[in-house]
Design a protein around this ligand. Structure first.
Ligand code: GLU
Length: 321
């Protein structure tokens, strides 16, 4: 039997949503779309919002971007009740959570190089992938102590979770999902060989510790969810509810990226008022019939998940003016 204990944090029994941006550049429309929906969903249920900066990768992220994100959120009227928390400051906590997993005997050292991991042995078009674009073969899972000691003299290992079984959940927006972790995902990384904790460990540890009850985020993270559920299960923490949302695509079908200056708030803010940007996003989210200027707060009362589209959303040509 799975033993559960409620996640910590204040406001038990109440909805706690979160913004979890990665401060690696100025926010783009897709990031804002996620934040708007996370905020509306929590506020429509009378819930609270936590802000957490996912700046584990200190090479790619910065405080300055984090501070800019806070100004952008404030500008759009997307306020929060707690935080910001900075993941880069929470290493000790992740270490504790890792130790808990180690004590269960489900963590092992992996010495595979990048080249080996991306080698031909890995299925190319796997539907769900663990650490980017491969399913780990489990090669280092059975190494004996002597071999580990020998390899450790040459290289620092990454730490992987030995996954087992199926994980399933009912996404609020996309419905029932299940994943056979060993087959469709493979053992995944908890801590990289350079000591940086992996997204999967940090995000589940934090959502658990911060008492998050509702995770609203892009559909691109749908296939990460079973891995996070496995971590919750091992820690004995009740998982939050998940509501994944469609992605915004550029008019040529590409995923939006922070490198696309045309959809960053930098460029948008010069041409549109915050209310116009919110109105356009709300329209894409099915909450308004026409992209009229609006404050986020005015959308709370009529907010409905039913109206949020399921298909990815192609930004209409000329959408940005
Ligand atoms: N930090 C992630 C991002 O900016 C979001 C992670 C999550 O919502 O779980 O894409």
């Amino acid at each position: 039997m799975r033993e559960t204990r409620p996640a910590g944090g204040e406001g038990m029994g109440k909805v706690v949503g979160r913004f979890a941006p990665t401060p690696s550049g100025r926010m783009h429309l897709g990031n804002l779309f996620s934040c708007l929906l996370a905020w509306l969903s929590a506020r429509a249920q009378g819930g609270r919002i936590i802000l957490r900066m996912e700046d584990l990768d200190t090479q790619r992220t910065s405080r300055a971007y984090g501070e800019q994100i806070m100004r952008d959120l404030e500008l759009l009227g997307l306020d929060w009740d707690e935080g910001p928390y900075w993941q880069s400051e929470r290493g000790e906590y992740y270490q504790e959570r890792l130790k808990e997993l180690q004590s269960l005997g489900v963590v092992y050292k992996c010495f595979c190089s990048r080249a080996e991991l991306h080698g031909a042995a890995n299925p190319a078009n796997a539907p769900h992938v663990a650490d980017g674009d491969y399913i780990y073969s489990g090669k280092c899972r059975g190494l004996d102590e002597a071999r580990i000691a020998e390899l450790e003299r040459r290289r620092s290992p990454a730490l992987r979770l030995a996954v087992y079984g199926m994980e399933s959940f009912t996404d609020r927006h996309y419905g029932y999902m299940e994943q056979d972790l060993p087959r469709e995902c493979g053992d995944f990384i908890l801590r990289r060989s350079d000591g940086v904790f992996a997204y999967q460990l940090a995000v589940a540890a934090d959502d658990g510790a911060m008492g998050v009850t509702e995770v609203v985020r892009g559909r691109d993270l749908l296939s990460s969810t079973p891995r996070q559920l496995q971590l919750y299960r091992l820690w004995g923490i009740d998982p939050p509810e998940f509501a994944h949302i469609p992605l915004l695509l550029a008019s040529d079908g590409r995923r939006l990226s922070k490198r696309d200056g045309d959809v960053s708030l930098d460029a948008l803010g010069e041409r549109f008022s915050p209310e116009e940007i919110t109105g356009r996003l709300a329209c894409l989210a099915g909450q308004l019939d026409r992209p009229e200027p609006v404050r986020a707060g005015e959308l709370v009362k009529g907010f409905s998940w039913e109206k949020v589209p399921k298909e990815d959303i192609l930004l209409p040509e000329g959408f940005l003016g």
